[in-house]
Design a protein around this ligand. Sequence first.
Ligand SMILES: Cc1cc2nc3c(=O)[nH]c(=O)nc-3n(C[C@H](O)[C@H](O)[C@H](O)COP(=O)(O)OP(=O)(O)OC[C@H]3O[C@@H](n4cnc5c(N)ncnc54)[C@H](O)[C@@H]3O)c2cc1C
Length: 294
Amino acid sequence: MKPAPFEYFAPLELPEALDLLERYGDEAKILAGGQSLMPLINLRLARPRAIIDINRLRNLDTISTATDGGLTIGALARQRTLERSTFIQEQNPMLAAAMPLIGHFQIRNRGTIGGSLVHADPAAELPAVSVLLGGEFVLRSKSGTRPVAAADFFLGYLATACRPGELLTEVRFPKWRPDDAWAVVEIARRKGDFALVGVALRAALDGAGTLQNVRIVMFGVGGKPQSMEQGEALLNGRRIDEALLRELSRVVTEELDPDSDVHASAAYRKEVGGVLVRRALQSAWAKAKETVSH
Ligand SMILES: Cc1cc2nc3c(=O)[nH]c(=O)nc-3n(C[C@H](O)[C@H](O)[C@H](O)COP(=O)(O)OP(=O)(O)OC[C@H]3O[C@@H](n4cnc5c(N)ncnc54)[C@H](O)[C@@H]3O)c2cc1C
């Protein structure tokens, strides 16, 4: 199919883009990498009156260090750029590691960090990783600038706090803690497919190998990224051993309340989710030990 007719704009400056967004409100769609939007409009699942192509806006894809040592990434930064950037690999290795899990490299060549976050597919990697990392999103409109915590941004299936008239311009992540143990893992039917179930996990490990500040955020298991609070509570203050890993699988399987869809049943997601969290912790631990021994 072909898209329904639309007006096309390619502003060169941010104020022009914000004017257009205000003028068209919820009848406008922003075009970033087009990797989600184009299929939707070609299938006529979305019929925007206006498409506002932001690819010509200057300085919307910059990557820099924030004053607090964190990262500031322009919404238009391509996923492939973030994946390959040695700066990102050093400043936030978890973010870099999540990128290759997104589709195929051809998709990441065009797909942007902002597009993935605003599209908010519940099986997408970046929303979950952003929540886990304590990210913050900067939304701009004609009426001003509004920062929204990643934890408050995702409202449900393909739904976010980004309102008509607003453009996501910047994504911020707090300073990375290099000694943390972390992993991001997923199960997909084929390489490049959306995750059936995925896990992002991070924890501090003290000298005695005790877990602290554990965060577990899962994707593909509900309408938005899901924090596994019972799993986190189980791990905090404990040392990793075989019994704890088994217990973790059980607790997370119980905590998960996913939906069934054409890709997998709820029962499958619960079972696999428990196993995957255990694998994530094992992988995080192995990596952390390797780092200490070097
Ligand atoms: C075959 C295939 C496999 C895929 N596999 C995965 C996968 O495994 N994991 C995954 O996460 N994704 C996957 N995707 C989806 C896709 O990669 C991402 O959703 C995509 O990269 C979104 O970014 P984009 O820049 O292409 O956004 P676009 O498609 O341009 O836009 C997506 C939505 O976000 C809005 N938008 C974009 N930028 C902004 C902004 N700055 N401010 C406000 N609104 C904005 C648009 O209006 C639109 O509603 C896959 C896609 C395909 C085609």
